[in-house]
Every structure is written in structure tokens, then in C-alpha cells.
Design a protein around this ligand. Structure first.
Ligand SMILES: Nc1ncnc2c1ncn2[C@@H]1O[C@H](COP(=O)(O)OP(=O)(O)OP(=O)(O)O)[C@@H](O)[C@H]1O
Ligand SMILES: [Mg+2]
Length: 368
């Protein structure tokens, strides 16, 4: 007879942009943004900032889904060329049950506009610029009191369409249209976006730093995720997992996923499973995060990190000055760059530490 056993499935999601079974931490950002959707706030404008793998895309996806559940029309796009057109098309798609598509109208030649009998002028549409086309859509949504949420992932200031979007958004706000704009990007990109001439208005946006997770947040989410898949984990194994994850969301998923697969049919996820999973996860983290991150660093950034790697957990400014043979100003400049790229952090005492779990060892290997 076949064993009667509850099917278990691996509940961890080590894929980029995947909404996790449980969000560890992030309570503030979730509650702030969700309540803005619930209260139908007119012009929510928010920025998510954080290093690779901290959960920016997952948050955007989750919030987009929630907004849509709460009746918003949602256009999710990435900052790549064609973004503005993509926003129009995603809006039309998401609102298709409310707004009859223009092509349909051209085909039938009949006015079948969904909302309030508004007419759609297909001819002028082809000539209209982006703002006009958006206004047209927003007009219709506005008549039905429906808001539009635009999410932009992978913010990139070098894209002209980015500043076009932001400056046009300001007009939407002035015209009292119900549009929310939520954008996510790497710290370096967001700070260049904020310092741009046409985009300085964003300095007033709500800004959420998606930093490392607290241990108790990791612990809770890890345990709940294991239980979600129909298994259990004891304190000891959980403690090991939390330590290896070191507050990094992507690692939580990678480690959990690998550990789970060691003995998927056992009732408990054991300490050994966690240890074996952590080893595999660390290698994957290197392939999928560290290599890209390291490739984006300059020669001087790398020298700075190599100097830091000679220390234990934290490095002091004075030691780095000596090792690098550079003045304090140099340290400040590179510290700022590296903090912004999410690679290092600064303690309250002004010491520096590696912010990604295992990155110090990785730097040592790359240098060696
Ligand atoms: N708060 C969280 N708790 C648990 N898992 C999370 C959390 N946030 C993200 N994850 C998981 O971490 C992984 C990375 O998330 P995501 O792809 O959203 O990161 P990202 O910041 O967009 O990275 P990148 O900058 O490389 O695009 C995904 O597998 C996701 O499910
Ligand atoms: Mg992403």
C-alpha cells in the first residue's frame, strides 16, 4: 500500500521578482502603501530603494496585485526604452473592461466606449502625444472614479522617458487626476534620479529604504514559510537558518529552497538540511547577485572593499586610510558610493561593514 502522506510542496520562491509566501518585515511600507490604495489617495508617489535581491520587484508586484484587487487600474512597467508606450498599453489592457480599446472602435466605427458614453476619437489619438493620450485615459477612469497606479521597476535615469514620465506626472497631480506612481531602483539610480533637474519634484516623494531584515523578521517568515509547505522546523535549525540568511531576503528564499529539497518528505527541516542548504545557497548567491554587483564596481571601489576585507566584522576609517594611503575625503567618497550600491553599511560609530552576507569572503577570493 502506498504511504498515505500529506503532499508537501516547496514553498520557497528563489526567483527574481517572485512574491514570497510571506514577506519578512517590510510592514511599514506595506501598510503605508496599502492604506493609500484603500483610502483612494489621489497622488501617492513613492520610491523603493535597495540593493539587488532586497525585494523591490516582489513588493511592486504584490502591491500592484493588491491595488488591482481594490479597484485600481494598474500599469506595471520597467524603465527601458518604450516605457511610455508600454504604460499606455498596459493601462488600456488593465482597463479594457472599462474602456473599449481604440482599435475595436476603429473596426466597428461604433461608439462603444464603456464609461459614461464618452467618445473616443481614434483619429486624433494617433497624433496625440503621450500626455494627451494619458489624459484621455485618465479622463475616462476619472469619470468612473477609478484610480491608475503606475509602477516602474529598475529605475534608470539615463533613460529620457524617465524624466518625461516624472514631469508629466507632475501635471497629472496639478490637474487633480487620481494617479499613483510607485518606482523602484538601486540606490545609485534613485539618487541620480532625485538630483535630476526635471525630476527634482520627486524629492518630496515618500522614500522607503529596503534595508536588511531584522533577525526576528527572518525567523518568523522562515518558520511560517516552512509551515506553509506542510512541514516544521525546530529552534536550533531555525537559528542556523537565520544566521546564514543574515537579513538578506533573496538568501532567505535560496537557503529555504535548497534546505527543503534535502529531505522533502521528512516532517522536520533539520539542522543538517539547513547547513547543506546554506552552502548551496551561498554559491547561488554568488552566481546570481555577487558577480553582477562586483562587475558594477570601479577599481577604486574594489580596492576599498579589499582593504575592508582585512578586518573582522567592522572596519575603522583610520585603518582604511592607512591601508589605502588615502586621505579621509577619499574614504568618505567611496564609502558613500558603496553604501549607495548596498554593498557596505555604516555603524552608528562610523565604522563600516559588509552588508551582503558572504560578500566579504567573495571579495577576498576575487582579490586572491
Ligand atoms: N521581504 C521578503 N521576505 C521574504 N522574501 C522576500 C522578501 N522580499 C523579497 N523576497 C524574495 O527575494 C527574492 C528577490 O526579490 P526581488 O527580485 O524582488 O529583489 P529585487 O530587489 O527586485 O532585486 P534586483 O535589484 O536584482 O531586481 C525573491 O525570490 C523574493 O521572493
Ligand atoms: Mg528587481
Amino acid at each position: 500500500m502506498a504511504k498515505v502522506q500529506q503532499e508537501t510542496f516547496n514553498p520557497f520562491t528563489p526567483e527574481f521578482g517572485k512574491v514570497p509566501a510571506y514577506f519578512a518585515g517590510r510592514e511599514q511600507v506595506l501598510s503605508d502603501i496599502l492604506s493609500a490604495f484603500e483610502e483612494q489617495t489621489m497622488n501617492l508617489c513613492a520610491l523603493f530603494v535597495g540593493p539587488r535581491g532586497c525585494g523591490k520587484t516582489a513588493l511592486l508586484t504584490y502591491l500592484g496585485n493588491e491595488a488591482s484587487r481594490l479597484g485600481w487600474v494598474v500599469a506595471n512597467v520597467s524603465a527601458t526604452s518604450g516605457m511610455l508606450e508600454d504604460i499606455v498599453q498596459r493601462t488600456e489592457e488593465s482597463a479594457s473592461h472599462l474602456i473599449a480599446a481604440s482599435s475595436e472602435k476603429r473596426l466597428t466605427g461604433v461608439n462603444i466606449a464603456g464609461i459614461g458614453g464618452a467618445t473616443w476619437d481614434a483619429k486624433s489619438n494617433t497624433k496625440a502625444n503621450w500626455r494627451t493620450r494619458m489624459n484621455n485615459l485618465l479622463e475616462r477612469l476619472g469619470e468612473a472614479d477609478i484610480g491608475l497606479l503606475i509602477t516602474v521597476d529598475e529605475v534608470d535615469v539615463s533613460l529620457d522617458e524617465m524624466s518625461h514620465l516624472v514631469s508629466t506626472y507632475q501635471h497629472f497631480v496639478r490637474e487633480n487626476r487620481k494617479v499613483a506612481l510607485v518606482m523602484a531602483g538601486l540606490p545609485f539610480h534613485i539618487s541620480s534620479l532625485l538630483s535630476g533637474k526635471n525630476t527634482s519634484f520627486l524629492r518630496r516623494a515618500q522614500r522607503f529604504e529596503l534595508g536588511p531584515l531584522a533577525s526576528y523578521e527572518v525567523e518568523e517568515a522562515f518558520r511560517l514559510t516552512v509551515e506553509e509547505g506542510g512541514r516544521l522546523i525546530n529552534e536550533e535549525a531555525l537559528g542556523e537558518a537565520v544566521e546564514a540568511i543574515d537579513g538578506f531576503p533573496f538568501m532567505l528564499q535560496l537557503l529555504g529552497y535548497r534546505a527543503w529539497r534535502m529531505h522533502p518528505d521528512d516532517a522536520f527541516l533539520s539542522v543538517d538540511d539547513v547547513r547543506a542548504g546554506a552552502q548551496r545557497a551561498q554559491r547561488e548567491l554568488e552566481d546570481r547577485i555577487f558577480d553582477v554587483t562586483y562587475a558594477e564596481l570601479s577599481r577604486a571601489d574594489r580596492a576599498f572593499l579589499a582593504a575592508m576585507a582585512q578586518d573582522g566584522k567592522t572596519s575603522r576609517r583610520i585603518d582604511l586610510m592607512e591601508r589605502l594611503g588615502k586621505p579621509s575625503g577619499h574614504i568618505s567618497t567611496y564609502k558613500k558610493r558603496l553604501v549607495q550600491s548596498g554593498v557596505i553599511g555604516e555603524t552608528l560609530d562610523g565604522d563600516f561593514y559588509f552588508a551582503l552576507p558572504g560578500f566579504k569572503e567573495y571579495v577576498e577570493r576575487r582579490q586572491g
